[in-house]
Design a protein around this ligand. Sequence first.
Ligand SMILES: [Zn+2]
Ligand SMILES: [Zn+2]
Length: 148
Amino acid sequence: MMATKEKALLTERQALSSSGLRITSQRALILDIIGRGHEHLDADEIYRQARKKDPRLSLSTVYRNLQMLKKAGVIDELRFGESRHHYEIKSAVEHHHLVCLGCGKVVEFKCRLCPEMRKDVARKEGFDITGVEVTMTGYCAKCRQGRR
Ligand SMILES: [Zn+2]
Ligand SMILES: [Zn+2]
């Protein structure tokens, strides 16, 4: 498990260097934090964690670097219909998100039916579909208990 994560981290560095962006220690740090997080962290959380390692970092620097990494195609910015944006390392594997309306927890899932749906819609609408994003909202097991 650990080894896989380390390997993934290496890939992130490679993605960064092949994107043409200069690898600064700040970018590497931000990328490491995003890559390590199982949750999809928002900018504030990334900032909070990054500050522990580099107290000189400002929130605006974190924002600026996130935008650059996004533009370079190294990370994805996700919006789940609220004001906060979440970040994740751009992954080759298509996946989707479940968002808890109670605590904001984000869970990834793979969609077995999506490739079928994609083909079907592409054929019917004459679209060249380049991406599918499914977001489901609801309440996680923990929050469901609290609502009872
Ligand atoms: Zn929840
Ligand atoms: Zn994700």
